[in-house]
Design a protein around this ligand. Structure first.
Ligand code: AGP
Length: 612
């Protein structure tokens, strides 16, 4: 996700754009830039870093202009840097463009342009598209609007683009497919944005641009067309939403927004990589190390917190699918021990932020000892990503809530794809199981969406159990790490003490805690451990414990043992954690809200622990 802003009208454009970008930083903030047209030519200012850093860097520059576009980036292609920041300028320097989305066939377009003598100053797909548009304008001797229309018919992927043209000072050309674009309609002026937050203080009259539509925007004119060049009547709506709500997408908190984003973020994580029909998993950052991974005797997952829980799930998955010995280490323990690291060991560093100090130091230590480092990271170009030899990004977009939710399920999706890919190469997965798992993995986003439809029921459970003093979370196998994750979510959001435990371990002591006040949450989806977990549920029930369970849809027997249940769809046990964690995220969130706590910024916590 990136944030885009545009303005054309009688006011100074720069102040409107820079303030609008600050409001959109929740969409991404690793680099930022503006392009202004003051009637005599285009000026572009851009740099790595947050909006405030750009603002400070260009104090004193001539920012006088009535037309401009601005961008705050969340890198997907090309790491955060000055040269990869938007806006990009075309080879001629006469066009400037910002873009939110991913051009999936940019490599092919880049090759065509390179063959025609084009060179590129950045690693981005955006610069390729911009020069593709300019090449068409030049070759066909047509208008910029026509060149955009022709170019977008060749493009696959998602985009919102805003273009400035040196030869048309007051005009902004915009187009969208798959990423959001709102146009604010003022008196003799127009505003553009990824959402309405940059324009709300100036106008509440907006036009939501639809997929495959193109807009030609001037101070007193808004022309809307489809890619077939047919004029459309803009549908102007009056907004009645407040600014704060827009940034959260209409949700009360970023955490809830991010929980509900998971069908899309898991889809984004799989997109361009998993092809169940073809039976392929394409991950270039893994492919280049596939031979070493196949041959290694040992994989060590290194992480902290929720990411460590993802590593625990991955341990079960990798050992099942690749038959490679896997260990999972807390980064903070690993880095201070004198661990045995052999040349050829494979380290998988898991981190949402890519900046967790303990994880970073731990992998640097392993790297010095000859290990291969693969990063499973969300923030493109982050420290852990840069230290790693290879790996795969989780593409979950910015995670603003301190409690990690969508990043966790994206980590599981990436780790599952890596294990499937390696197991297939090694021949340790039977072909039918491989094909079935790819097909089921492709269906996970809609199963997550199905699970989220039951959020109101979980909200009611939160109200019922919010005053409990302690919780136990129990699970076995693939669901044991999910029990740990559920307990961590509750602790960090509601400040209630909760403990995750292997269900079978209860009889070795902790069952002494059980009484009629203690809610015990079982993660008990249908899998090879299910029968044993049901026995554990009966042990707790026999001691008057309050049994709550995440169970598979239709599992009436387990439901009969529980005081309350949370339902998830049937799924292969390897994929089930991406579903069984969802009700636990919601339970923690709604209990935190019911207790009136700041669920986006819990006390004592930071989003990224960059200190040791
Ligand atoms: C999870 O909800 C917490 N915010 C925390 O445990 C987090 O997972 C941990 O600090 C690791 O962060 P990272 O994934 O950015 O490395």
């Amino acid at each position: 996700m990136c944030g885009i802003v545009g303005y054309t009208g009688p006011r100074q454009a720069y102040p409107i754009i820079i303030k609008g970008l600050k409001r959109l930083e929740y969409r991404g903030y690793d680099s930022t830039g503006v392009a202004l047209h003051n009637g005599s030519g285009l000026k572009v200012f851009k740099k790595k870093g947050k909006v405030a850093e750009l603002e400070e860097a260009i104090v004193g520059k001539d920012l006088n202009a009535n037309v401009g576009i601005g961008h705050t980036r969340w890198a997907t292609h090309g790491e955060p840097s000055d040269r990869n920041a938007h806006p990009h300028q075309s080879a001629s320097g006469k066009l400037a463009m910002i873009h939110n989305g991913i051009i999936e066939n940019y490599n092919q377009l880049k090759q065509e342009l390179t063959n025609k003598g084009y060179s590129f100053t950045s690693d981005t797909d955006t610069e390729v598209l911009l020069n593709f548009i300019e090449e068409i304008k030049k070759n066909n001797n047509c208008s910029l609007e026509e060149a955009v229309r022709v170019a977008l018919k060749r493009v696959t992927g998602a985009y919102v683009i805003l273009l400035l043209d040196a030869d048309n000072p007051d005009t902004i050309i915009a187009a969208r497919k798959g990423s959001p674009l709102v146009i604010g309609v003022g008196k003799g002026e127009h505003f553009l944005g990824s959402d309405a937050s940059p324009m709300l203080e100036y106008t509440k009259e907006v036009v939501y641009v639809n997929d495959y539509e193109l807009a030609i925007v001037r101070p007193d004119e808004l022309i809307l067309k489809n890619l077939g060049n047919e004029k459309l009547t803009p549908y102007v709506q009056k907004l009645d939403i407040e600014l704060a709500a827009i940034e959260k997408g209409g949700y009360d908190h970023f955490m809830l927004k991010e929980i509900f984003e998971q069908p899309r973020t898991i889809h984004d994580c799989l997109r361009g990589r998993l092809d169940a029909t073809a039976g392929t998993i394409t991950m270039s950052g893994i492919q280049q190390y596939a031979e070493q991974i196949v041959q290694t005797n040992r994989i060590v997952m290194i992480a902290c917190g929720t990411s460590w829980h993802a590593g625990l799930v991955a341990e079960y998955i990798f050992e099942e699918l690749t038959r490679i010995n896997v260990e999972v280490e807390y980064a903070s323990e690993f880095r201070y021990r004198n661990p045995v690291i052999n040349k050829g060991d494979v380290i998988i560093a898991i981190s949402q932020s890519g900046e967790t100090a303990d994880t970073l130091v731990a992998i640097e230590k392993a790297k010095e000892n000859g290990a291969i480092i693969l990063g499973v990271v969300n923030v493109v170009g982050s420290s852990i990503a840069r230290v790693s030899h290879g790996g795969a990004y989780t593409h979950a977009g910015p995670e603003i809530g301190v409690a990690s939710t969508k990043a966790f399920t994206a980590q599981l999706a990436v780790l599952t794809m890596i294990a499937l890919k390696i197991g297939y190469i090694k021949g340790t997965i039977e072909q039918t199981r491989y094909n079935n798992l790819l097909k089921e993995l492709e269906e996970i986003p809609e199963k997550v969406a199905w699970t989220l439809q039951h959020s109101e029921h979980i909200k009611a459970l939160a109200e019922k159990y919010k005053d409990a003093r302690d919780f136990l979370y129990l699970g076995r196998g693939y669901n044991f790490p999910v029990a740990l994750e559920g307990a961590l979510k509750l602790k960090e959001i509601s400040y209630i003490h909760a403990e995750g435990y292997p269900a079978a371990e209860m009889k070795h002591g902790p069952i002494a805690l059980v009484d009629d006040q203690l809610p015990v949450v079982f993660v008990a989806t249908k899998d090879t451990y299910h029968e044993k977990v049901v026995s554990n549920m009966q042990e707790i029930k026999a001691r008057k414990g309050r049994v709550i369970a995440v169970i598979t849809e239709g599992d009436e027997h387990s439901a009969s043992l529980c005081e309350d249940v949370m339902i998830v769809p049937e799924a292969d046990e390897i994929l089930a954690p991406m579903l069984s964690v969802i009700p636990l995220q919601l339970l923690a969130y709604y209990i935190g809200v019911a207790k009136g706590l700041d669920v986006d910024k819990p006390r004592n916590l930071a989003k990224s622990v960059t200190v040791e």
